[in-house]
Every structure is written in C-alpha cells, then in structure tokens.
Write a protein that binds this ligand. Structure first.
Ligand code: 8YV
Length: 312
C-alpha cells in the first residue's frame, strides 16, 4: 500500500513523476478522502498538496500516520501549520524557484495599468479606434514612485526590476531591510501616501487579512494603481470595488481574488480592473521547478532526512 497521497490537480508531467517516483495515490480534493479505505489512509506518511482549499487539523486527523505535507507553492496559508506542528507533521513549500515569474508578472501588470493597455487593446478589437479616434493619454511608467508591500524574496525581485524603470522604491514590512537606498515605512497608510502605485507581495493568512483597506486606498489617491500578486485575502475587496467605482484610485491589476476561482461579479466587470486567473507561477519552466522541489522534499521526508525547504 502506498505511503504517498497526492491531493489536488496535477499536470500530466507532475502526476507521472509522482506515480513513478512515489507510487502516489491521487485525490482531486478533500471529498476524495471518503473514497479511501481506512487502511489506505493509515498507510499515508506523506501528502503532496496542491491547491488553496484549507488543509487543517480535521483533514490531518483522517491521515493518522501523516508526517509530511509537501506543498506545491511558496504560499502555505491554506495549511494550518500550528495544527501540523502539534501533530509532529513537517510542512514544506517551494520558495525561490518562482520568484522571477511572479516578479515579471507583477511588473507587467503594473505597466499595463499605468499605460492603460487593456482599455487600449479593447478599442482595437471593438472598432472604437477607427470610429472614435485616440484614447485619453496614459501615464508615464518610468520614474514613478512605487511602494512594495512586503519586502520578502518576491518583493525584492519586483523592486530590482522596477529600478530599471528609474522608479523610486518605497516599501513596508515588519522591519527595515538591508536595501540599496529604498525608503522604509512602518505603516501601510504612510507608504500609500508617499507613492504613486502599490504592488502587494506580502504573505496571506489571518495576520494579513484585509491589510489593504479603505484607508490605504484613500491614501494612495486618484492617480494610484494597485497590483496584487500575493493573496486575495490581503485586500478588502468591498473597499477596492468602491474605490475603483468612485475613482478613489485609478486602477487595479489582480492575479489573486478572495474565494477564487469564483470572482465577485462587481469586480470582474469594472473597466479599470485588469484581472488574471492566478498565473503568477504558471510557466512551463517554473512549474517544472516547483514540482521537482516538491518531490525532493517528499523524498527527503520519506527517507527520514530533513526536507530541503521546511516551514516548521
Ligand atoms: C500556486 C501560488 O501554488 O506559490 C504560490 O504560493 O500561489 C501559486 O504558485 C499555484 O497556483 C499552484 O496551486
């Protein structure tokens, strides 16, 4: 009986590797646990987890011999790490291998909204360019003051890229970091007041729920663009919808949403929102690297070695 349970939607390549290297048993989601026998559940020592549905104590208790949860992704806010630690379960994630992709996406989304790419593309597609002529002007991207919320590994990659756009970088995080002259703010409202645009790169979870609220949006102001590549929970979506509707801020670009993949229809229909379906790490190269790191963690954990990238 296999000791590895793969939970979630895997690509054919990852599924094949998990089958070949670990003889993994697959379930698409938590409902699938019911289809396993008690013996199959008791045999599971390692879970390869992919997805954003909560993985809490209740699920862990149905796998009584679970010792490792290897998450496919850097963010592990879906996993109750305290519950895992209390049960002697190690949790791992896939940091660093996706930093470039997520940072590239964040910068692309920011430029798209500062210059107004989406509205502009629409006028070519619907004939408005020929019928109505030129659009109102966008704003110059180079030289804007950008605030990064969260100066972790991904935040730093975003800031490094923006330096090439002659941006003045400001950031807010729990404590000041060693940076090449970027300006630290202890408070997100102070950050918003000091910059033109904000890129959100903080971790998700209960600690950062609605961190970007109506006060932050008001402080950013009517020329500001917000980009979120972190987690949907980090923005108060009701406040964002109001701010986009009444011009409190100019535009937003979101790769993540509260309750995704369902998206609030009021948000989805706003012309000044550029929405993407959580594709930050979605490239062939990066997803291959994430899968490989997940499997290295699984191998180490099952062999009784310390995994490569543990979070507890
Ligand atoms: C997802 C992500 O893991 O790494 C993260 O934290 O949010 C993504 O890369 C990916 O969508 C697979 O679930």
């Amino acid at each position: 009986m296999t000791d590895t349970l793969a939970i979630g939607q895997y690509t054919d390549i990852d599924a094949q590797a998990l089958r070949q290297d670990f003889d993994a048993l697959f379930i698409a989601g938590w409902d699938g646990l019911d289809s396993l026998s008690e013996d199959q559940r008791a045999a599971v020592r390692a879970a390869a987890y992919k997805g954003h549905a909560p993985f809490g104590g209740a699920q862990m208790d149905r796998l009584p011999n679970l010792r490792l949860i290897a998450n496919f992704g850097v963010g592990y806010d879906a996993i109750d790490v305290a519950a895992a630690t209390a049960r002697g379960i190690t949790v791992t994630n896939t940091p660093d291998v996706l930093n470039d992709d997520v940072a590239d996406l964040a910068v692309g989304m920011l430029i798209a909204q500062v210059r107004g790419f989406e509205a502009a593309a629409r006028t070519v597609r619907n004939g408005d360019w020929a019928a109505k002529g030129d659009l109102p002007l966008g704003r110059k991207m180079s030289g804007r003051k950008i605030g990064i919320l969260g100066m972790g590994r991904i935040g730093r990659e975003i800031a490094d890229r923006l330096a090439a756009f002659k941006s003045e970088i400001h950031y807010q995080s729990r404590s000041p970091k060693d940076t090449p002259g970027w300006t630290y703010h202890a408070d997100p409202v102070d950050l918003a007041r000091a910059v033109d645009d904000i890129v959100i790169a903080i971790v998700g979870g209960t600690e950062t729920q609605n961190y970007v609220n109506a006060d932050v949006l008001a402080a950013l102001g009517p020329d500001g663009v917000i980009v979120n590549i972190a987690r949907g929970t980090v923005i108060d979506e009701a406040a964002l919808i109001a701010a986009l509707e009444n011009g409190t801020i100019r535009a937003a670009a979101l790769d993540v949403f509260q309750g995704e993949p369902a998206v609030d229809p009021r948000l989805a229909k706003l012309d000044n929102l550029f929405p993407l379906p959580h594709i930050g790490s979605a490239t062939v190269e990066t997803r291959a690297a994430m899968g490989a790191l997940q499997r290295r963690n699984l191998r180490a954990g099952l062999d009784g070695d310390r995994p490569h990238t543990p979070v507890n």
